[in-house]
Design a protein around this ligand. Structure first.
Ligand SMILES: [Zn+2]
Length: 62
């Protein structure tokens, strides 16, 4: 069974995360399965940028 990591918000395939079986992924180190960004392995770069921008705007409005 091959896993494809997808963004939990928009559903796009995540770049930088290998498309391999669970057995192969378990043999790889964690740094090879992630990108160095907040919410890596969960959200794509566009969705993370949107969340950060929304947070900054909320802070600025208060
Ligand atoms: Zn996304």
């Amino acid at each position: 069974m091959v896993l494809v990591a997808k963004c939990s918000k928009c559903g796009k395939r995540l770049n930088g995360i290998p498309k391999k079986s669970i057995v192969e992924l378990s043999k790889m180190s964690k740094s090879m399965k992630n990108v160095s960004r907040i919410f890596s392995g969960n959200l794509c770069h566009n969705c993370v940028a949107e969340i950060i921008k929304a947070g900054v705007r909320r802070e600025a409005a208060v």
